[in-house]
Ligand binder design. Sequence first.
Ligand code: ADP
Ligand code: MG
Length: 405
Amino acid sequence: MKIKVGVIFGGESVEHEVSIISAIQAMNKMDLEKYEVVPIYITKDREWYTGEILKDIETYSDFDLIKKYCANVVLYYKNGSYVLQKKNGLFKSVVKDIDIAFPVVHGTNVEDGVLQGYLQTIGIPFVGSNVYASVVGQDKAFMKDVWKSADIPMTKYVWFYDVDYKEDKDAVLKMVSKLKYPVIVKPACTGSSVGISVCDKEDKLFESIDEAIQYDSKIVVEEVVKNLKEVNIAVMGNYERQKVSEIEEVLSANKFLTFDDKYIGGGKGKVKGAKSSKTVSSKGMASTNRKLPAELDPKVRSKVEDIAVRAFKALGSSGNSRIDFLIDDKTNEVYINEINSIPGSLAFYLWDAKDINFTSLLDEMIQIGIKDYKKRVSKTHSFESNILQGFAANAGTKGMKGKLK
Ligand SMILES: Nc1ncnc2c1ncn2[C@@H]1O[C@H](COP(=O)(O)OP(=O)(O)O)[C@@H](O)[C@H]1O
Ligand SMILES: [Mg+2]
């Protein structure tokens, strides 16, 4: 019997279109001898759809196609199965049942633990990081605080809330004065370089913060790494075992890697996502300009590998995450930048360069998801208690009934 894999993608995120591309790339590479692929697309309006045409990128140029040929469904637990059931129609029939969910989502409301929380609530096995690792992996302030306590090297940073800034700008200015300019100002939770700007001097700081504040209530400010070389590496596994991919160097035409550098790159075909104005290369993250493998001093290479594994473990990540680094090319100082719990294009190209093809990568990710699930259900999540009995008895004798009358 084939394992039915529900590939979940889209969602209410600025990286919605990128997720469509990553998911289509993955769906087309899954081992069909072992797995049956069930596409599950979440629109920006939070409607869930399933249907075969969702495997085809052309579908997304016309939203009416989805409405017409796909079923609008909910995913829930019913009689021992995880089912996709029609939301509308006379019979509200079950369209499909699935064995494991495979989130291929990017950004807020999905990659950040929100979707994982839903999946764990209904109890379905799923691929990738659990709720906690996903939450911390999306929030640059949480991420840095956790890594700091694990002695992971980072640039100096501070973070604060929008309310603190609005109430006392001078206090924020003072806080940031502990850092050396230039600094880079980021909304804590966006991704894809949205809302990020470099600030060369103190009198421009408020401008940068005002920009970032539009996207998040939490703002991170950190020192800029000079002579910047950006390298990325993927880590696959879970808290028990990890392995690392090849390292890439990403190249940017701008001061820092922008949305366009990442996704508009050199890809030929374009996709216009449902209800979106951004046109994204159909190659997704695979279209970034890169040097693969990165040219690195062997010492720097092993430092990157070592820090990546430690960072992955510190968060308790699972599946296949990409960890991004900032290197000062003159001093060879290595700083971690961030983790992408579910990287664009699932960073397949980084594994491909290590002779693990996309199909094997997906296979390994699913197998890790199954192991995580088994581990999770093997732990005790309840214990016998007579609290409720006691409560009922009290309610009886102490007049709860009377109160309810
Ligand atoms: N401390 C830093 N020093 C220099 N450049 C940085 C620094 N932090 C980020 N950048 C640049 O900004 C880009 C986006 O920042 P990043 O933290 O990766 O946010 P996102 O989650 O949006 O990808 C990076 O790819 C890098 O080019
Ligand atoms: Mg980044």
